[in-house]
Design a protein. Structure first.
Length: 254
């Protein structure tokens, strides 16, 4: 059973093209719905409506596809890079409509979710859902004092930050700490800017959890499918119906 969706999303979910390319097909008048030329943004029900591209029928959209990637440092969270640098899409089995959930900056490692379900991706990143992201930074400086200060809120140039959880743990034999923090926002370089405001020098930063999905022991550069429980929790967070998970898959780093 399918649900009503935008025509460009239906084409992407059916594997015809990425959502952007689908919009180009629609704008060119090559897509019809029940015999009439489709319009960008038009709502369709793939189970009931006859959708065609260049006169050829489009099948029912595939089930949403989900992966979690352990992004290495030095990889961009973007679809393509003009300079030719490695992106997260170079590390996964790409497919039409695949998008990322929650950008990580170039040197930050850890959990990046990827899905063909654009509506769920938007919901997971929208501030109104307050989806927690947890990070662990290896830092130098007075991390215990920084943790105490962070619990009271920290003002950055784009507003206050109110962490859900903060902890500081000394690393044995080093003059460093693990500084763990959970936030419900996805501002640009928020954790790095927060640490700077607290007088901490970040030497490594890893996102270990996004919503219900934890990094665990997934190797750097590898991917895995989401579990049934993770998908159910994402559906609850985003107010969507549960989806069937993709076939089990773990991809090793290249």
């Amino acid at each position: 059973m399918t649900e009503p969706m935008r025509i460009q999303r239906a084409l992407a979910r059916a594997g015809i093209a990425s959502r952007r390319k689908a919009e180009e097909l629609i704008a060119a008048g090559r897509v019809t719905v029940n015999g009439s030329v489709a319009q960008i943004g038009q709502t369709v029900d793939p189970a009931r409506d006859r959708i065609a591209v260049d006169g050829r029928g489009v099948g029912t959209p595939a089930k949403p596809y989900w992966l979690v990637l352990n992004k290495p440092a030095g990889v961009l969270t973007t679809r393509a890079d003009p300079a030719g640098r490695t992106t997260v899409f170079d590390l996964v089995d790409d497919r039409p409509g695949l998008t990322y959930v929650g950008r990580l900056d170039y040197m930050t490692e850890g959990v990046v979710l990827l899905t063909t379900d654009g509506a769920a991706a938007n919901a997971l990143t929208h501030p109104s859902h307050e989806v927690e992201r947890t990070y662990v930074a290896v830092v130098r400086g007075d991390a215990p004092a920084a943790a105490r200060a962070a619990r009271a809120g920290v003002e950055l140039d784009d507003g206050m930050v109110w962490p859900r959880h903060v902890d500081a743990r000394p690393l044995t034999g080093r003059r460093q700490y693990e500084f763990e923090i959970s936030l419900t926002e996805g501002r640009n370089r928020e954790v790095r800017r927060l640490c700077e405001a607290l007088g901490l020098q970040v030497e490594r930063l890893v996102r270990i959890q996004y919503g219900p999905v934890r990094l665990g022991s997934l190797p750097s550069g590898a991917t895995r499918s989401l579990t049934r429980r993770e998908l159910d929790l994402i559906s609850a967070l985003t107010g969507q119906r549960p989806t069937r998970r993709a076939s089990p898959n773990t991809r090793k780093p290249r």
